[in-house]
Design a protein. Structure first.
Length: 283
């Protein structure tokens, strides 16, 4: 599921990070794509793909594993049998709990991904003299400068994004599946309803938490040039100096990516889960 998500959405994610961190460099999504292609070539759209793959595979593996555990916890809290189907709201709460665990594996890999994606802009703006263009060089730079804890720059803003965001993510997904199932079992849904449900869930997540993600990207990328203020300090600075709309820079590529990538994520997840369950049942 994580692999499908990255392969489908990486170019749009790259545009998102560039536009969030350097909003004055780009007039819009088309301008960002054109300039990136001219400056770095097609490979520029897939900068940070390796850590993005690691991030998404790790995050979604932990997320969906913990989602199952958290569903059982929610069943205990509301006092129902472990095989009872949860409501869409209860599933949303379980997803929100699960995201807190996924954040711990996501933050370090996302920091490396964001820095690779915005490396060219950091050099162009003069914030750093020479960029590190490989995963290993970025990892080594973080360790040398800040130690192992440097990988958790932006952890608080990542948590602020993930916990409420995944409430809307799983809530939107389950609500959409309920709509398409219209009385039938959700497990009987075909690929198109699953794609649309996943896309709707992803869109709900990003609409709800986009300003938080914008602050997170700035903290993780700009900390290459020196120590950054925390979440509230960065948030206030952006609003004062650039205005509220700066917090929504890169929203368009994010929404395109959210629908496509999360549709692919849930489609791959549901079908791989069914395949694995059949293998288990056959033993």
């Amino acid at each position: 599921g994580g692999t499908a998500c990255v392969v489908t959405g990486q170019p749009f994610d790259t545009a998102k990070v560039k536009m969030q961190t350097f909003p004055k460099m780009y007039k819009g999504i088309v301008d960002c794509f054109v300039k990136t292609y001219k400056q770095v070539g097609f490979r520029g759209f897939y900068k940070g793909t390796s850590p993005a793959l690691v991030a998404n595979i790790a995050e979604n593996s932990v997320l969906f594993m913990c989602y199952g555990f958290c569903q059982q916890i929610v069943r205990r809290i509301v006092g129902v049998d472990r095989k009872t189907k949860l409501s869409d709201l209860q599933n949303a709460a379980a997803g929100s709990f699960a995201s807190a665990f996924a954040t711990l594996v996501l933050c370090p890999t996302e920091l490396v991904k964001c820095r690779l994606q915005a490396m060219h802009e950091m050099q162009m703006s003069g914030k750093i003299i020479q960029g590190h263009n490989t995963v290993w060089s970025v990892v080594k730079g973080v360790i040398q400068k800040d130690g192992p804890l440097g990988f958790y720059r932006g952890l608080s803003s990542t948590l602020l994004r993930e916990v409420p965001g995944y409430f809307f993510f799983f809530g939107g997904y389950e609500l959409s599946r309920t709509f398409f199932a219209s009385g039938r079992s959700k497990d009987e849904l075909g690929p198109i309803p699953l794609l649309l449900s996943g896309g709707f869930g992803g869109s709900c997540l990003w609409i709800a938490v986009y300003p938080v993600d914008c602050v997170k990207s700035r903290i993780q990328v700009l900390s290459m040039a020196g120590k950054q203020a925390g979440f509230m300090g960065t948030f206030v600075t952006v609003v004062r100096t650039e205005g509220v709309l700066a917090l929504y820079s890169g929203l368009k590529p994010t929404m395109i990516r959210a629908f496509l990538a999360n549709g692919a994520l849930f489609l791959a997840y549901e079908y791989s889960r069914k395949l694995m369950m059949k293998q288990i049942d056959s033993y």
